[in-house]
Design a protein around this ligand. Sequence first.
Ligand code: BES
Ligand code: ZN
Ligand code: ZN
Length: 469
Amino acid sequence: MKKKELLAWFIDGAKIAQAPKGYAAVWQSYRKQFSFKGKAGESAIVWDGEAPTLLLGVAAEDKTRAVFEAAVRAVEIAKREKFSAVVLGGVSASHRDVALRGMEAGRYSFRITKEKPSVAPSVRVLGATSAEMRRAAEVAEAAAFARTLVNLPPAEKFPAKLVARIMAEVRARQAGRRVPRRAGNVRVEVWDEKRLRSERCGGILAVGKGSARPPRLLKLTWSPRGAREHIVLVGKGVTFDSGGLNIKPFEGMKTMKCDMSGAAAVTGAFLAAVRMGLNVRITVLAGFAENMLGGEAFKPGDVLSMRSGKTVEVLNTDAEGRLVLGDLLDIAAGLKSDAIVDCATLTGACVVALGEEIAGLFSTSTPLMEDLRAAGDAAGELVWPLPLNRDFLEKLKGDISDLKNIGGRYGGASSAAAFLAEFAGSGAWAHIDLAGPAFRESGASGRPHGGTGFGVATLTAFLERRARV
Ligand code: BES
Ligand code: ZN
Ligand code: ZN
């Protein structure tokens, strides 16, 4: 078959200034004909002689996201029309990174079928430097890895199996990494249920009790020579959340293989950081458990003794993420670090508050909050601050225990964050609730269904900022 190349071009609003020579006049007439205004979400194929050009609008307030999605669409359309290559032009220097990552994201697919998947087209952004391409490729590959972990069916990712898969990936990426070995060390440590017991991780153990597949804790460390800062990343890795005895209705349960998206995000960011050789020490703590209803399942009324020594009365077995994170955050608080950031698909309430595209951001530290917001903006992922105060904590005070695992009727995302704060120590800590943007049940143009890899790009950008200090 003849190699076909699709030229795609961003149009940013009314101006057509950057059109390549010879195209401007044709495009102008198409713009009129199709009333194409260059707004985000618009696209038109221009048949200019033999070679078609795809025009993509990108004008929007959230330009970075618009660029990402338009780049995804360029590749989606190229796939559909069976082009073997896509070249993207009209991209401003400040958006080359996100355009490259968007194109890579567009190439991604996850299917378990008899037939072999078709080969994705090659992608290129005009004007991108090799350093830009390398950086974007690392982040995109890490995000694709996180998406695959999320997309895996539950039977393929119970705690021990998921941990093995992540370890294999860490080793493979290490072997192929471009940064010299002497730049720093990677260490991998796994806690099985025995170790979790000896470490008194009562939260993680309780959540895993109703499953035939016991929980695990994965600890990854990256220690580059001469790093000034140490960042601890914590992730919720509930490999399937049935709700436990407080079982979820099918509507809520059907996507719950995504409940390990926080763990996927932090391990993805870790991989990208190592591959890029970032000069910042990183510890990842991911807690994996399957929340099921077996005969030994934890029950409403059970009082758990958490790793920190605090006791928690379980009043809803579906509020399990905070029990896993409580133990992880206690371990994190015991490490000397400059900041702790946790990622979790923690509450449906956060999705109610912010919708499906925006993650909630909670923090006790204003500089950390600002850093994460800036990183999210640069990455093209939206994180939005939500409140954390003692009113929420008041409602979590236990009658027979230190805490209950559910608070009042309202402000569920803040209530969960207030619970976590009780375990995160007194240093800088931030919590990202990505229950909305981690997973799309149905896709749309530029927004494919399934795991999104949300958080990988934001956390990597955050780690890059901290590496420069
Ligand atoms: N994993 C869910 C939260 C979730 C909801 C993630 C939607 C992704 C999409 C979490 O464990 C949960 O079930 N939370 C409960 C808490 C409640 C019982 C206090 C919820 O949000 O309903
Ligand atoms: Zn739950
Ligand atoms: Zn959950």
